[in-house]
Write a protein that binds this ligand. Structure first.
Ligand SMILES: [Zn+2]
Length: 426
């Protein structure tokens, strides 16, 4: 007897299986004849472990247009708009926006998010708000918080002190922004300092690193060195790494092996990188996405992050990690069937590895968290970015949606149309 059985779904590797759930754990995967309190019929549908977003800014989410829109579309105008907004925003306001966004995330099967929290202002209201949100959503959504010195660890007079205060308050990941410090040297110093803080406190480390078109922004080199020195390995992630797009190929041929040697992971954010980078170019205009395929070929775990939804840096966004992967596969030209399937894994299991999630996946003993999609395969899910028919978090059904086919009124044509093309459903 199970509490919940998800029947007949197709797993991302193509296996057709029932999933039997007891309490908050997956008890069995295979052909299940037993009874259950509740059954979800997933025949012909894709059943995946939940989506994971390893890079987000939840303190700014859903603030688009406050105090006004970003007219230049640049990273720097976004940072300055955010500076005005964070001076005014109350804890309650930030909590309300974040919880609203978490509802969207759950509806899309996005059940784990790492969010950077700006630790620049002395009032630390963003930290207070996000810790409150983390506690509220904990029963159904894993929220990791990164202490992020948005205005620089050293460039902001109280930057270092406030980052440490945030960690003392319970923020669990150390951040960084070396390319925003005053000089290359201070950027490199900040990385040495932050790596030591992460190592001494036994925390993970995730740095906004080289989010610039400047090919000479080479902080990832220092970061990889510090990751190796302190043995942080996959507990460290380099976010963005956009300068690598513009770097000299010879230099990159030395750099990528150093990144791989360190064991650190990489998080490009394609929706944002394609939007913010290249703004100073005429033509040709650079894409500003880091070298995803080359990093993967060297054995580096690379995930796709969402970064922003409706905030000073990005005017769109849906909480759908398939939108993120869809943009990523286009910009990185990952169009081979195996590469597309990899893009799906990037927003599920690779992102889970980056966040260090335990008990993730569709195996007996794993946490019973999954999503049923109106698609037959991972590649079809990327093509359609379809409805999430059911979302289960830790054994509980937390979201459901009716299948909703379009009715046609065309002479001699079928009455209904669904754009699936995987052979399992018309
Ligand atoms: Zn970011």
């Amino acid at each position: 007897m199970f509490d919940l059985i998800v029947k007949g779904g197709t797993l991302p590797d193509g296996t057709v299986a029932d999933i039997g759930i007891k309490g908050d754990r997956i008890a069995e995967v295979g052909r299940i004849e037993a009874e259950a309190g509740t059954v979800i019929d997933a025949t012909g549908d894709l059943v995946s472990p939940p989506f994971v977003d390893p890079h987000f800014h939840m303190d700014a989410v859903l603030s688009y247009g406050l105090p006004r829109v970003n007219a230049s579309g640049t990273l720097l105008e976004g940072i300055s708009l955010w500076g005005e907004l964070r001076a005014q925003a109350s804890v309650d306001e930030m909590v309300a926006r974040a919880l609203r966004y978490c509802d969207w995330a759950v509806s899309m099967g996005l059940l784990a998010i790492r969010t950077h929290v700006d630790t620049t202002p002395d009032h630390l209201r963003g930290v207070e708000a996000m810790l409150q949100v983390q506690r509220t959503v904990a029963p159904y959504l894993d929220l990791q918080l990164v202490a992020f010195p948005q205005d620089g660890l050293y460039r902001s007079p109280t930057g270092r002190q406030n980052l440490l205060r945030a960690l003392d308050m319970g923020v669990g990941v150390v951040g960084g922004i070396p390319h925003f410090e005053r000089t290359m040297e201070e950027g490199a110093d900040s990385l040495r300092d932050l790596a030591r803080i992460a190592a001494e406190r036994g925390l993970m480390w995730d740095v906004h690193c080289d989010e610039t078109d400047d090919p000479m922004s080479r902080h990832v080199e220092t970061m990889a060195r510090e990751v190796t020195r302190h043995g942080l390995g996959a507990r460290a992630a380099g976010s963005h790494l956009t300068s690598m797009h513009s770097m000299d190929n010879y230099y990159v041929s030395k750099l990528i092996p150093l990144i791989a040697e360190s064991g650190m992971t990489a998080i490009p954010n394609p929706l944002i990188n394609i939007t913010l980078q290249g703004r100073h170019d005429s033509y040709p205009k650079r894409r500003g996405l880091t070298r995803v395929r080359e990093l993967q070929a060297a054995g580096v775990t690379v995930g796709w992050g969402q970064d922003c939804v409706l905030d000073p840096w990005y005017s769109l966004g849906t909480a759908d990690m398939l939108d993120v992967a869809f943009m990523g596969l286009h910009v990185a030209q990952m169009t081979h069937p195996e590469e597309m399937a990899r893009c799906f894994r990037m927003v599920t299991q690779d992102n889970a590895r980056i966040m260090g999630l335990h008990d993730y996946g569709l195996m007996p003993g794993s946490l019973a968290s999954l999503v049923v999609l109106d698609a037959g395969t991972p590649v079809e899910a990327l093509r359609l970015r379809p409805d999430r028919l059911a979302v289960v978090s830790k054994g509980q059904i937390v979201a459901q949606k009716q299948r909703n086919d379009t009715r046609l009124a065309l002479p001699g044509r079928p009455e209904q149309v669904r754009r699936r093309h995987d052979g399992t459903r018309a």
